[in-house]
Design a protein around this ligand. Structure first.
Ligand SMILES: [Zn+2]
Length: 277
């Protein structure tokens, strides 16, 4: 059998008819192989075209970018407020954004385009950026015991909004505020004495409270804190024509909120209007 096969391989060298047959056979085989090759190629191409997208993976890479003027320009004051609310929800759910601080330091060094100004008390349990899950370059933060405004803070807000383009002012009081308690108790101590007088209007606003008006009464302290936020907002509008005009034009919004230490949540002034007195 082997001999016949070998003979067949060499017969075409001797007889031309065998050579023609051999060529036809080889041509047929080449054509078949070529067609088969292209069919496989088409199959692979088709398969790759309909290949399912991999399921989206959770974002695990720390954020490196910072807010740009283009991104901020697209945001309305209401959208910024919603972003801060969403950030607080992430904070409370222990789901704060992972950030590459080294990269953000480099990326924010060239300029800042914060979207909001948050006025907060100095309380160590209310770290503003953390509470709203905001990073470098996202928000201006002004802090003073009792979160009231004076000329310097108003000037800071005007800089933040009129000069650099922030679109939201958020005044934030908080639960168990020592400054509020100090104002209620008429504490006298060095420079603190004068500071606490800035909170007195909120104490006056709370005169209709029917319970015990003492710093040990949490309900009363809460009411004075919330009235203090309202009073601060009133003073911003009253004492800063720059910000008042911006608000009237819809360029900024001024909102108030109350942060609860016990839950880490925010109660907004709009809701405070109906708060039980
Ligand atoms: Zn405080």
């Amino acid at each position: 059998m082997l001999i016949i096969t070998k003979l067949n391989d060499y017969l075409w060298l001797v007889f031309p008819s065998f050579a023609i047959q051999k060529m036809k056979y080889m041509k047929h085989r080449i054509t078949k192989t070529t067609v088969l090759f292209f069919l496989i190629l088409i199959q692979v191409a088709c398969n790759s075209g309909v290949k399912e997208e991999p399921a989206p993976q959770p974002q695990t890479k720390p954020v490196q970018i910072v807010l740009t003027p283009q991104e901020r320009a697209k945001l309305t004051p209401d959208e910024i407020l919603e972003q801060l609310k969403a950030g607080n929800e992430r904070f409370r759910n222990n789901n704060s954004t992972q950030r590459d601080h080294s990269a953000q330091i480099r990326n924010s060094a060239v300029g800042q385009y914060p979207k909001a100004f948050v006025l907060s008390c100095i309380d160590s349990r209310v770290p503003v950026e953390d509470v709203f899950d905001q990073g470098l370059g996202d928000v201006f933060v002004g802090r003073v015991a009792g979160n009231f405004v004076n000329e310097d803070l108003l000037g800071s807000m005007e800089f933040a909004c009129k000069v650099t383009g922030a679109k939201l002012i958020l005044v934030m009081g908080h639960q168990h505020c020592g400054a509020i308690k100090g104002a209620i108790d008429h504490v006298k101590l060095g420079n603190l004495t004068n500071l606490l007088t800035k909170i007195n209007p909120a104490v006056t606003m709370s005169r209709d409270f029917t319970g015990e008006k003492k710093s040990a009464n949490e309900a009363y302290v809460r009411l004075v804190s919330q009235n203090n936020v309202k009073n601060t907002i009133n003073n911003i509008r009253l004492k800063s024509p720059v910000l008042r005009e911006m608000e009237a034009k819809g360029e900024i919004k001024i909102k108030g909120t109350f942060y609860t230490l016990t839950k880490g949540e925010l109660i907004f002034l709009d809701d405070l209007q109906t708060a039980k007195k």
